[in-house]
Design a protein around this ligand. Sequence first.
Ligand code: 13P
Length: 252
Amino acid sequence: MRKNIVAGNWKMNKTIDEGVQLVQEIKKLLSEKSNLSTQVIINPPFTHLSTLKKEISNSAIKIGAQNCSYESSGAYTGEVSVSMLKSIEIDYVIIGHSERRAYFNETDELLLKKLNLVLESGLLPIFCCGEVLSQRDSGIHFEVVRQQIENTVFKLSADKFNKVIIAYEPVWAIGTGRTATSQQAQEMHKYIRNIITEKFGASLASEISILYGGSCNAQNAKELFANPDVDGGLIGGASLKATDFVQIVSSF
Ligand code: 13P
């Protein structure tokens, strides 16, 4: 179901003690807000998941992983399977972040395997897509994002696709301080919703949450989230500071 979502992607940051402290601060600040209907998701490193899952047990915050294996079990040293995540009652998994695609050679084919495993186990994927700067500069950004989506989430059944959260993260905006303008974000989100309409119909398209990610912060979140097709954000740097993160959560 479409809802407003703000998800923090901590990436490879915070020790366990720092992570616990950050979650406690976020919980406290959120408890001071009334009438918040935004779904808050925190995606810490694997090592923190169990502890932070307990930490958020009496709150509306959900916990997600940043990645999972494309295999279900076996001799894959260093990997973490979807069933392991399921066994500690994790709700969400980020799939296809541009850093995974760029530094760990994750291909569309592999991401589709992950998506199927995640959905079959009842977890919810936050699927990332987005173009690099040279692609934006040469005007092929819509085509790039369409390809990423067609090769992965569009290969799912409508039943499964229905559960996917999409995060549009232009790579040139990630960690650069150069956010997409409100217009650029809306234009791409609308494009994504249009291609979903073509593929699965308007009713399903209207039910999908599409998040924006890339230098989204406490100052620009309100303007970005005011767009009709922007349903929230996937937040990197600004999710590491409780006051900034909660300000973003309150930006609807
Ligand atoms: P920043 O918010 O640090 O630009 O990172 C965005 C991101 O990659 C979230 O997944």
